[in-house]
Ligand binder design. Structure first.
Ligand code: FAD
Length: 297
């Protein structure tokens, strides 16, 4: 949500978007932070050059800590030049599984596309591949991507007329205020099977819409339905992600469902006792964002 997200909010959630395929997450780009601690003191980590972290890299601790350790008041980023050219293709597929498999096959090549997104938001399975760089590199990535899509059964491949809207699948998924959005992180090879399993689990008790960041293993599923069905379907999808050696949690829960759905993190992660101790050290009275993080931290 470029128009309304803040730098602090993005860092606190370690949010990433479709271009994660090539540029990584904020963890890869933040080199310095200034954080206000709960006692009012200001602390610094890292700095303005890339290799200047001595000791533990506290930048990495703050990123994704959801504001539970302190308030990020300043950040320094690695910056990259804007690409000379950026373009995308959109391929239609008979199933989301086929679109995902094509995306994973592409992610395994040395082509380094900027984004590889499979989704079924408009009731048609689609794969969007974006490339950036000089014109020849863009042309090469997109023509190879079109060939890989065709080899995986694409029924059509077309240039995207509007790049940003072609890459907005995850944003569109979380835009609507109803239901829940479950985010799973999976091994690349497990994504296609996961997509089918989510459909099976949703069955006719919940409606599932899915967006796959095929190059990074992140699969977002919007589930809509009544609260009991959503709670059970979410738990089953979480268990499936674990079976496939991944993980999952609820990134968004509609206001009206929050009480019925309960814990969005599905329990305590491995190493939770250490996280608890870190929280105790930074914020012993539990003042910062109380109860919002894993295990009720
Ligand atoms: C765990 C989690 C992961 C997410 N991952 C993604 C993702 O990968 N991609 C994506 O597009 N969206 C993601 N989202 C949605 C995410 O909320 C937004 O992309 C992003 O946070 C929007 O920024 P905002 O300024 O609106 O944040 P807000 O909604 O205002 O805040 C988000 C969280 O960050 C904390 N926070 C805000 N500012 C600061 C600060 N300066 N210092 C410390 N903490 C602060 C808040 O307390 C709150 O807990 C995620 C959401 C959650 C809860």
């Amino acid at each position: 949500h470029r128009e309304r997200a803040t730098v602090g909010g993005l860092m606190a959630t370690n949010a990433s978007g479709p271009r994660r395929a090539k540029y990584g997450t904020l963890r890869d780009l933040v080199i310095g932070t200034r954080v206000a601690l709960v006692d009012g003191s200001i602390t610094r980590a890292g700095g303005k050059v890339v290799k200047n972290v001595a000791g533990y890299d506290l930048n990495k601790l703050y990123l994704g800590s959801l504001g539970t350790l302190g308030v990020i008041v300043e950040a320094t980023f690695k910056v990259l030049p804007l690409p000379a050219r950026e373009a995308a293709i959109v391929a239609a597929f008979p199933s989301l599984r086929a679109a995902t498999e094509a995306g994973v096959a592409l992610a395994r090549t040395s082509l380094r596309p900027a984004a590889v997104e499979a989704h079924d938001l408009d009731r048609t399975a689609r794969l969007v591949v974006a490339a950036d760089g000089d014109a020849a590199a863009v042309q090469r990535v997109l023509s190879d991507a079109a060939r890989i899509a065709s080899e995986h059964g694409a029924t059509s491949v077309e240039p995207a007329s509007d790049l940003e809207s072609a890459l907005s699948s995850s944003r569109r998924l979380v835009e609507s205020a109803d239901g829940v959005v479950l985010r799973a992180s999976l091994p690349l090879a497990a994504q296609a099977a996961f997509v089918d399993e989510v459909r099976r689990i949703a069955g006719d008790r919940a409606m599932a819409t899915i967006a796959v960041h095929a190059a990074s293993g992140i699969v977002r599923t919007r589930l809509t339905g009544d609260s009991d069905a959503l709670r059970q379907a979410s738990l089953d999808v979480f268990a499936m992600a674990k079976t496939l050696e991944g993980d999952a949690w609820l990134e968004h829960v509609a206001e009206a469902l929050r009480e019925a759905i309960g814990d969005v993190w599905f329990g305590e992660p491995p190493g939770f006792f250490l996280m608890h101790r870190i929280k105790q050290e930074f914020d012993p009275r539990g003042t910062l964002n109380p109860g919002r993080f894993v295990g009720g931290i």
